[in-house]
Ligand binder design. Structure first.
Ligand SMILES: Nc1ncnc2c1ncn2[C@@H]1O[C@H](COP(=O)(O)OP(=O)(O)OP(=O)(O)O)[C@@H](O)[C@H]1O
Ligand SMILES: [Mg+2]
Length: 288
């Protein structure tokens, strides 16, 4: 199976020097049966909380290297989609595949062990609205914790990688700072670096600027734009920032009531949406 999208600081995609990667979107890999292998595929996903159906027969596929943004009204199920991908929640029915491997079942249809689940899930990294940095650890300690414990990197290796990604987010000078000594925008950029040091192949971003002042949000979005432009990492993004969505996305999926009501290129969604519901949603957010 191809792992061509790996976001490797030592490799050819994102690097602190800012050398652009060769292509923005990677071709869909193929398995021996010539079926495309999607970076992530949600297959007929239903998710209910009690009687409340949050996601209804959701089908969503992201190509390796593709940047897909979910937009839609509050409560329509966008965060739930990302949480399911990170195995922070389990679907009520359906399957989720990461590079062709189910994060729920083995080939015999038995539920995966937690170790297997963790192995596959590790191909995803997530950045949350609230930065969730460890307050008692310095920036460097925050960045090397998971690489040394989960990926078993040596401290020196993890530090070198951390410094590389800190440079990429423009915060190499903050290596010894504690989160409380940083602005919200800086903390969020550290949170992005913390996700990247784990070398995810799929990056999940959930409203990463909505806790920030618009001015500060810009610096965080700049970092994400750069990662999107320069790396082959697949991205599934949830945002209310429509201009950002338009610039960064290969495809936009419009959610409403736990379903995708329409999807397409940013041009199609923003200039000639088919659905009346998409039009009214865009009107409400763009006039906000
Ligand atoms: N753990 C939970 N228990 C019960 N209901 C939940 C739970 N998590 C989410 N929900 C409900 O599922 C629905 C979808 O929530 P979700 O957070 O996915 O929406 P969203 O599209 O991300 O909204 P927003 O734009 O406000 O972030 C909401 O009605 C929410 O109240
Ligand atoms: Mg949400």
């Amino acid at each position: 199976m191809s792992r061509t999208t790996e976001l490797s600081s030592a490799g050819n995609r994102v690097n602190p020097g800012g050398v652009a990667s060769s292509e923005r979107k990677v071709d869909v890999s193929t398995s021996s049966k010539q079926e495309p292998v999607w970076a992530i595929e949600f297959k007929k996903i239903c998710k209910s909380f009690g009687a409340f159906r949050v996601l209804v027969d959701l089908d969503l596929k992201v190509q390796p290297g593709e940047k897909v943004t979910l937009i839609g009204p509050s409560g329509s199920g966008k965060t739930t989609v990302l949480r399911l991908a990170m195995t922070l929640a389990k679907p009520t029915s359906g399957d989720i595949r990461i590079f062709g491997e189910s994060i729920l079942f083995d080939q015999a249809g038995t539920l995966l062990s937690s170790a297997e689940e963790a192995r596959i899930r590790r191909r995803c990294g997530m950045v949350f609205q609230q930065f969730n940095l460890f307050p008692h650890l310095t920036v460097l300690q925050n960045l090397i914790l998971a690489p040394t414990t989960v990926l078993k990197q040596s401290k020196a290796e993890a530090k070198e990688s951390a410094l590389r990604y800190l440079r990429m987010v423009g915060l190499e000078g903050k290596v010894d700072a504690y989160p409380a000594q940083l602005s919200g925008g800086q903390q969020q950029r550290i949170a992005i670096a913390r996700a990247l040091v784990m070398k995810p192949e799929i990056l999940l971003l959930d409203e990463i600027t909505s806790a920030l002042d618009p001015e500060i949000a810009g610096e965080v979005l700049d970092v994400v734009r750069r990662i999107a432009r320069e790396s082959g990492v697949s991205m599934l993004i949830v945002t209310h920032e429509m201009r950002f969505a338009r610039e960064v996305s290969d495809r936009i999926a419009v959610f409403d009531g736990g379903r995708i009501i329409e999807q397409g290129t940013p041009e199609k969604i923003f200039i000639s949406p088919e659905s009346e519901r998409t039009r009214s949603f865009l009107q409400s957010v763009l006039n906000h």
